[in-house]
Design a protein around this ligand. Structure first.
Ligand SMILES: NC(=O)c1ccc[n+]([C@@H]2O[C@H](COP(=O)([O-])OP(=O)(O)OC[C@H]3O[C@@H](n4cnc5c(N)ncnc54)[C@H](OP(=O)(O)O)[C@@H]3O)[C@@H](O)[C@H]2O)c1
Length: 285
C-alpha cells in the first residue's frame, strides 16, 4: 500500500496536510523530531516516526517503505547542502518515488532563496517532484502577528503600500494532497496564490470590519525592528522578515495565478473568509 511521509507535520502546513490525507484514508506517517510531544499535538492515533534533518541516524528508519514525501524546509535550516541534502540523498536511496515540496513564490527566478537550491537538488537526484511555489501565508497573521493585532490593534510590518497575493494554508494543503494522491502532477511546478492582491491597509480595514474593533496598519521599519527585538526575536530572523516584507513593499509579492483555482476546482479562500474563520485568535484572551 502506498505510504506517504509528511515532514513539518507539527507545523502550519504539514499538520493540515496530515489531517486531509487521513480523511482520504491514506497510509500516512508523520516525520517528527520528538514523537512524544508530536502525539500531544497531533493525537495519539497518528503514526509518528523520529526524523531530524540534522541527525542522519534518524533517516533510514524514517524512509522505510515510503513511496511519497511531503517535504517542508524548516525555516531555521538555510544551509541546504549540509542540512537538507543528506536527508534527500537518504530518501533517494530508500526508494522514495515522488516528492511534493512546499516552495516559495518566485523560487524559479531567485537562486539565492534556499527553496530554489532544494528544487535544484531534487532535480539533480532525479526523483520525480511537484513544486508548490506559495505566496505569503494568511496564517502568518494569527501566528507571528497575532499579539500585535490582538493586544494593540496594530498590524506592524514594513511592507509599505505594496500588495500581497495572500494564500490560506488550508488551500495549500488541499492542493498538496491532490498532488500527492494523483500521479498527473509529477514533474510540474505550481505557483499558488490567492485570487486577490491586497495592501496591508486593505487587510487592516477587513480586520476592523470583521472583528468590530479598529485595527491599524503601521508600516514603520524602525518600530518593527524595535518591537521584534523587544519580543526576543534573533537579529537573523528579524533581517529575514525585513527582507520578506521589503519584497512585498517593492510589489514582488503581488503576483496572482489561477493555479490554485484550477487545482481545487473552486476559488481560493479570501482574506475576509480567513479572518472570519480565525477571529477567535485575535479576540479571545
Ligand atoms: N510563511 C509564509 O508566508 C511562507 C510562504 C511560502 C513558503 N513558506 C515556507 O514554508 C516553510 C514553513 O512551513 P510551515 O509554516 O508549515 O512550517 P512551521 O510551522 O514553521 O513548522 C516547521 C516544522 O519543521 C519542523 N522542524 C524544525 N526543525 C526540524 C528539523 N531539524 N528536522 C525535522 N523537522 C524540523 C518543526 O517540527 P518541531 O515540532 O520538531 O519543531 C515543524 O513541524 C518554510 O520553508 C517557508 O519558507 C512560508
Amino acid at each position: 500500500m502506498l505510504k506517504i511521509l509528511v515532514m513539518g507535520a507539527t507545523g502550519n502546513v504539514g499538520r493540515e496536510v496530515l489531517r486531509l490525507l487521513l480523511s482520504h484514508n491514506c497510509n500516512v506517517c508523520a516525520a517528527v523530531r520528538n514523537p512524544d510531544t508530536a502525539k500531544d499535538i497531533l493525537g495519539s492515533n497518528i503514526e509518528c516516526v523520529r526524523f531530524d534533518f540534522t541527525n542522519p541516524d534518524t533517516f533510514a528508519n524514517a524512509f522505510v517503505r515510503v513511496n511519497k514525501l511531503f517535504l517542508v524546509r524548516p525555516p531555521a535550516l538555510a544551509n541546504i547542502r549540509k542540512e537538507i541534502a543528506p536527508a534527500l540523498d537518504a530518501a533517494k536511496l530508500a526508494g522514495v518515488k515522488h516528492i511534493v515540496f512546499l516552495s516559495i513564490l518566485g523560487a524559479e527566478s531567485n537562486p539565492f532563496v534556499p527553496h530554489s537550491q532544494i528544487e535544484n537538488y531534487i532535480q539533480k537526484l532525479g526523483i520525480k517532484a511537484t513544486f508548490l511555489r506559495c505566496s505569503f501565508f494568511m496564517q502568518n497573521l494569527n501566528t507571528t502577528h497575532r499579539e500585535d493585532i490582538k493586544t494593540r490593534g496594530e498590524l506592524l510590518l514594513p511592507a509599505g503600500n505594496g500588495k500581497t497575493s495572500f494564500i490560506d494554508i488550508r488551500d495549500i494543503a488541499a492542493v498538496a494532497v491532490r498532488t500527492l494522491i494523483e500521479d498527473r502532477h509529477q514533474g510540474k511546478a505550481y505557483t499558488l496564490t490567492g485570487s486577490e492582491a491586497l495592501t496591508y491597509y486593505e487587510v487592516a480595514d477587513i480586520f476592523t470590519s470583521v472583528l468590530g474593533k479598529p485595527i491599524r496598519y503601521n508600516p514603520s521599519l524602525l518600530k518593527f525592528i524595535r518591537k521584534m527585538r523587544s519580543s526576543g526575536f534573533a537579529i537573523d530572523f528579524i533581517l529575514v522578515m525585513v527582507a520578506i516584507y521589503t519584497t512585498a513593499r517593492l510589489g514582488l509579492a503581488s503576483k496572482i495565478t489561477s493555479d490554485t483555482e484550477q487545482l481545487l476546482d473552486r476559488l481560493p479562500l479570501t482574506i475576509r473568509q480567513y479572518i472570519e474563520d480565525y477571529q477567535q485568535f485575535w479576540l479571545s484572551s
